[in-house]
Design a protein around this ligand. Structure first.
Ligand SMILES: Cc1cc2nc3c(=O)[nH]c(=O)nc-3n(C[C@H](O)[C@H](O)[C@H](O)COP(=O)(O)OP(=O)(O)OC[C@H]3O[C@@H](n4cnc5c(N)ncnc54)[C@H](O)[C@@H]3O)c2cc1C
Length: 396
């Protein structure tokens, strides 16, 4: 990792652990998982046994409750190996976080220990056929009934939806967006796999169809009407933060692959590394990864400080990091030439995964308009109050 704000010894140790785990247990298999369009159960068991599914679960419920910077480092390292693994951490983390923050004692006591141990996998079900960026257009309905609610509607593109045991699902109750925890084996819930997706192919995407799906009263998370602005907004903010760091991982992997390749490949009697046009691509990748990482760190320490500017800082980080990851991936394929298009090198996977990063958790265009509106409104976006805001270490 490039020099940034200084990590605590504990954070450095954790980063090393994640780096080793990714190098040994993820990177060598990621292309196979991508082709198979799934993560193997043995991998998921190992991942869970290490406590890696509890990263956003409070310690009192058996989680590891990583501080924001350590959580970011975790996402960066995982994404250097496989963005589908990182996407599991993102959506499972969002569901765990939402329950910890908005759940009743009963919901927390029931779900959080299972989510922390990986005995249950969580998925986030917001998008619908007619509602993506414009989430207020969701049409799924919830109607009160004796003992609970009846849900009807459709959800699309649900990451780890094929594998999930519980869905944080959004529906309209009395016309108001409301969050529900829907268990996988609920009668009336049909889960269908989405196959052939462009990127994060091993992330077991699913469509959900809800036909008179009866859920109990305690499936309601938070209050009616608090679904989008409160529950989904805070979960998506965490998701955006996780994805931003994941994009740093993709950008770094593109740089590393390109350095290795340009150091070995000769054309016209000299190594690619000596070609200035190749050096331009390498320089842009290096600068992009370093700058994206710094933006993520800024978002992280504002998040850690509980500073509301972390929201804007996360928009900036996600926007810049995802655009950087995609540009780095196109350059990495270019540096590799035909080898970059084949299955022997992972750069074509990075390119497919990076394009997905520009669509999820707020597309590039939505980030651009949000950032621009905020810039016009406050004139302060991206600024901090200088050194006083930047701790020399980042907690943990
Ligand atoms: C691999 C993958 C995994 C996903 N996982 C999940 C998941 O786990 N849970 C979940 O709920 N959803 C998930 N999604 C869905 C994702 O959140 C949506 O795709 C995303 O919100 C964008 O919505 P959309 O695809 O409907 O695009 P649209 O909103 O229809 O946008 C289409 C295009 O128009 C642009 N656009 C839209 N509005 C504007 C505007 N106002 N100004 C300028 N441009 C605009 C967009 O940027 C985009 O380029 C996933 C999607 C993918 C591809």
């Amino acid at each position: 990792m490039a020099v940034g704000v200084q990590l605590t010894p504990r954070q450095s140790e954790s980063r090393e652990e994640y780096e080793t785990f990714t190098r040994v247990s993820i990177a060598p298999y990621a292309d196979t998982w991508d082709r198979a369009e799934r993560l193997p159960e043995e991998f998921l068991s190992d991942f869970a046994a290490r406590g890696y599914l509890g990263s956003t679960v409070p310690k009192e419920y058996g989680g590891t409750e990583l501080d924001p910077i350590t959580f970011g480092l975790f996402n960066e390292e995982l994404a250097q190996g496989c963005s589908s693994v990182r996407s599991l951490v993102t959506v499972h983390g969002m569901v765990s976080y939402a329950i910890a923050r908005w759940g009743t004692e009963q919901q927390k006591g029931h779900w959080l220990p299972q989510l922390a141990q990986g005995a249950a996998i969580g998925a986030f079900a917001l998008t619908e056929p007619g509602a993506g960026s414009d989430v207020k257009e969701i049409k799924t309905t919830a109607q009160r009934t004796e003992g609970g609610f009846v849900l009807n509607g459709e959800k699309r593109w649900i990451t780890f939806g094929q594998r999930a045991d519980v869905y944080l699902l959004f529906a309209r109750l009395d016309g108001q967006p409301t969050a529900f925890l829907v268990e996988r084996d609920t009668l009336g819930l049909e889960v269908s796999p989405v196959v052939g997706i462009l990127g994060t192919r091993a992330s077991l995407l699913a469509e959900l169809n809800l036909v008179d799906c009866l859920v109990p009263r305690n499936a309601l998370l938070s209050r009616p009407g608090f679904g989008l602005n409160t529950v989904a907004a805070s979960a998506l903010e965490l998701g955006r933060y996780s994805v931003a760091w994941g994009c740093v991982g993709i950008a770094q992997a593109c740089l590393d692959s390109s350095l290795d390749y340009a150091d070995r490949r000769e054309t016209f009697g000299t190594l690619l590394r000596n070609r200035q046009l190749v050096q331009r691509m390498v320089a842009d990748m290096a600068a992009g990864a370093a700058a994206a990482r710094l933006l993520c760190q800024q978002a992280g320490w504002l998040r850690q400080a509980g500073d509301p500017r972390s929201i804007q800082a996360t928009w900036l980080a996600k926007y810049f990091a995802s655009v950087t990851a995609f540009r780095s991936a196109t350059d990495a394929v270019q540096v590799h030439g035909a080898h970059g298009c084949g299955s022997e090198y992972p750069v074509q996977r990075y390119l497919r995964d990076a394009k997905v990063m520009e669509i999820i958790e707020g597309s590039t265009e939505i980030q651009q308009t949000t950032i621009a509106e905020s810039a016009f409104h406050t004139r302060l976006i991206g600024r901090t109050n200088g050194r006083a805001d930047a701790p020399t270490t980042m907690g943990g």
